[in-house]
Design a protein around this ligand. Structure first.
Ligand code: PMP
Length: 433
């Protein structure tokens, strides 16, 4: 690196440490921080000159890679037309096009779309919809039933349905609505089903059925709460139970949506349709923050006919035209690109490449579903030690707890994934032998 570049990087980092707060971090943190100069395709270019393969897709979002000409073009075109207008009393084509497409792509019956700011807000919107649904029918139902190891975001409503222990929000427990937590599904994705796996959930539902507004869960893949993959039969049973008791089902597909878990939406594994579905992350191809909460007509109509007669939510940047236009371009690209083949290939390459990690003493379990690969260790990783090692080996991963995991961009090639998995192995060797 040239001296001038070195100085620039050093000054940037100094200012960062002085003024900027990063996610889940303290100020003046001594954790390593890597300034990114640009990004293209699957790669991040650091100011220090290193080029890193991004195994995180910027937290599940950049499915088509960075700086994609088609997504860039959609944004350029939109910015020259209209960057933003309020959505109260006004509408525009990018939003209408997006709503139409989302209703066509998602499981049957989800035909009303509420566009909002971020994944956490989409969850807040879903919880509010469920509360208003009951309120409109003269019932005060304010509890949610969920499963342990879940993660739904960082805002207060969302925090109240995150796993109380692994959900990172223990600190706020005294301030959160108390909800009902069933055991996390114990039946792995491909494991043979037995109804005993559903007993705990059934028991909790029975015990509280008159106060539950909705069940909320991440279908098939529990992400940040443990990277667990569970049986579609569990989800089928939940749908059936909600139908039997007249409880709403909210599927949080913020992480799984748009192909990541091997189906366009993970609910498809169980062939079910939720009453409310949350989408985010990959919705805009990772370009901008936007999310969507979809619901069926029953939910929408009951809310609209209730005493309030309106749904009580309306963010300033709702349906931002830039975000809508890039989301539309991202969905077009996804469908054109034969995402199913891309995800299937990545799945196979991850399985092949990560299998050798099972031989390490420090490794407890290796699992792959869709374009998600997980290496679970026996002990939590030492971030200060492992993060710079990944960078040294030319890959970007951000483990948490005992989990080293990857969800690479769908455009990754076999060479990319082979390189990624061999580097994970190399880092494990360097760190743990
Ligand atoms: N739900 C799930 C399943 C998530 O994985 C996340 C983010 N990790 C969220 C909700 C919150 O989304 P956001 O970070 O955009 O608020």
């Amino acid at each position: 690196m040239k001296d001038s570049d070195k100085l620039f990087t050093q000054q940037l980092l100094e200012k960062d440490r002085q003024y900027v707060w990063h996610p889940y971090s303290r100020v003046n943190s001594d954790m390593p921080l890597f300034p990114v100069a640009s990004a293209k395709g699957c790669y991040l270019n650091l100011h220090s000159g290193e080029k890193l393969f991004d195994g995180m897709s910027s937290w599940w979002s950049t499915i088509h890679g960075y700086n994609h000409p088609r997504l860039n073009q959609a944004l350029h075109q939109q910015i020259d037309t209209m960057s933003h207008v309020m959505f109260g009393g006004l509408t525009h084509q990018p939003a209408v096009d997006l709503a139409v497409r989302l209703t066509q792509l998602t499981p049957a019956g989800l035909d009303k779309v509420f566009l909002c700011d971020s994944g956490s807000v989409a969850v807040e919107v879903a919880l509010k919809m469920a509360i208003q649904y009951w309120n409109s029918q003269g019932q005060q139902r304010s509890h949610f039933l969920t499963i342990k190891n879940g993660y739904h975001g960082d805002t207060f409503g969302a925090m109240s349905v995150c796993d109380p222990v692994t959900g990172m929000h223990q600190l706020f427990s005294g301030f959160l609505q108390e909800n009902i937590f069933a055991e996390a599904p114990q039946c792995g994705f491909e494991q043979t089903w037995d109804d005993s796996f559903f007993e705990n959930f059934l028991h909790k539902a029975q015990a509280h059925k008159d106060s539950i507004a909705a069940v909320i869960l991440e279908p098939i893949v529990q992400g940040t709460g443990g990277m667990r993959f569970y049986s579609p039969n569990f989800l089928k049973k939940v749908r059936q139970l909600c139908d039997d008791y007249g409880i709403l089902l909210i599927a949080d597909e913020i992480a799984t949506g748009f192909g990541r878990a091997g189906k366009l939406f993970a609910c498809e594994y169980a062939d079910i349709s939720p009453d409310i579905m949350c989408l985010g992350k990959a919705l805009t191809g990772g370009y901008m923050s936007m999310a969507a909460t979809l619901c069926n007509s029953t939910v929408a109509n009951i809310i609209s006919q209730g005493e309030a007669g309106v749904f009580m939510h309306g963010p300033t940047f709702m349906a931002n035209p830039l975000a809508c236009s890039v989301a539309n371009a991202s969905i077009t690209l996804l469908l054109e690109n034969n995402w199913q083949q891309q995800v299937m290939n990545i799945s196979r390459w991850l399985k092949e490449g990560l299998s050798t990690c099972e031989d390490f003493k420090c490794v407890n379990n290796v699992r792959v579903l869709g374009a998600i690969g997980v290496v679970e260790l026996h002990q939590p990783v030492d971030m200060k030690k492992i993060q710079p090692l990944f960078v040294k080996h030319g890959i970007w991963l951000r483990p948490f707890g005992k989990l080293i995991y990857t969800m690479p961009p769908f455009i990754s090639t076999q060479d990319d994934i082979t390189m990624l998995t061999s580097k994970i192995e190399a880092v494990l060797r360097e760190c743990y032998s």
